[in-house]
Ligand binder design. Structure first.
Ligand code: IPE
Ligand code: IPE
Ligand code: MG
Length: 253
């Protein structure tokens, strides 16, 4: 049986997030400049997005550019922004055809005007689509996201819009960029690095983490299927015992 057929369609992660890493190393292996790796990475993005839509995944979030990535060489940053704009232009039709809604998290205001405008255009064109919400994390940092949520909540408390006692997980959630998205079920990072790099710190509290050595430009649908199959083999206990999960009557004893 091929990998796709082994996937249990009734136990799909509701939200997959991916740290797409390894473009630079992939290019280096080919004796090419880093930007070549970023260009090739767009092929993996397209295949991953369309495969998720076909499979029935409803939320996919891709880490495309971090707040820390602004510290990269100017030319690389410029090239990345250019690739973003050209890919959006090229793939708008793919989003529409596959009923995919585009969403952005991060400091969109930091982006060059061209990128901002292009993103806004695609967001508007796809806002009624509902098969898959594709969220691009751009100029995104989880600490920045949490910091700005804390500031907004503090402002509301100070101005008596909400009381301190009202602050619970859902209030915090509602002030994050991801307020419309469910928590992450499966977090994938490519390239062999086993770290989070300031991505979705609040939202991955109970995510299953999956690290693969595949470099992002080599990531294909079978790698995604492997990650999902691995996820489906895990027991998500959320603090409970294995016995409680298998037999709810254990709650009583
Ligand atoms: C991921 O690949 C893309 C971005 C961070 C924008 P990298 O560019 O980080 O590639 P490596 O990690 O240097 O190989
Ligand atoms: C994380 O990758 C950011 C993105 C994938 C966009 P990095 O390559 O920037 O992460 P570090 O610096 O190796 O942790
Ligand atoms: Mg990297």
């Amino acid at each position: 049986m091929n990998l796709e057929d082994q996937i249990d369609k009734n136990n799909l992660p509701r939200h997959i997030a991916i740290i797409m890493d390894g473009n630079g190393r992939w290019a280096k292996e080919q004796g090419r400049i880093r930007v070549f790796g970023h260009e090739k990475g767009t092929v993996s993005v397209k295949e991953t997005v369309t495969t998720c839509a076909e499979l029935g995944i409803t939320n996919l979030t891709l880490f495309a550019f971090s707040t820390e990535n602004w510290n990269r060489p100017k030319l690389e940053v410029k090239a990345l922004m250019k690739i973003l704009v050209s890919s959006l232009k090229k793939e708008t039709e793919t989003f529409i055809r596959n009923n995919i809604k585009l969403n952005v998290i991060g400091r969109m205001d930091d982006l060059p005007t061209k990128a901002k405008n292009e993103l806004q255009e695609v967001i508007d064109k796809t806002k009624h689509n509902e098969r898959l919400t594709l969220t691009l994390a751009l100029s995104y940092g989880a600490r920045e996201e949490i910091r700005s949520a804390v500031k907004e909540i503090a402002f509301k408390v100070k101005n008596n819009i909400i009381s301190e006692e009202m602050i619970d997980d859902s209030v915090i959630n509602n002030h994050l960029y991801t307020h419309d998205l469910p928590d992450v079920d499966l977090l994938i990072r490519t390239s062999g690095e086993c770290r989070i790099s300031n991505f979705l710190l609040w939202q991955i509290a109970y995510a299953e983490l999956y690290f693969t050595h595949i470099l992002w430009p080599d990531f294909r649908k079978n790698h995604l299927f492997e990650a999902i199959l691995n996820y489906q083999k895990r027991e998500r206990r959320f603090g409970k015992t294995s016995e409680q999960l298998c037999n709810p009557r254990h709650d009583a004893v």
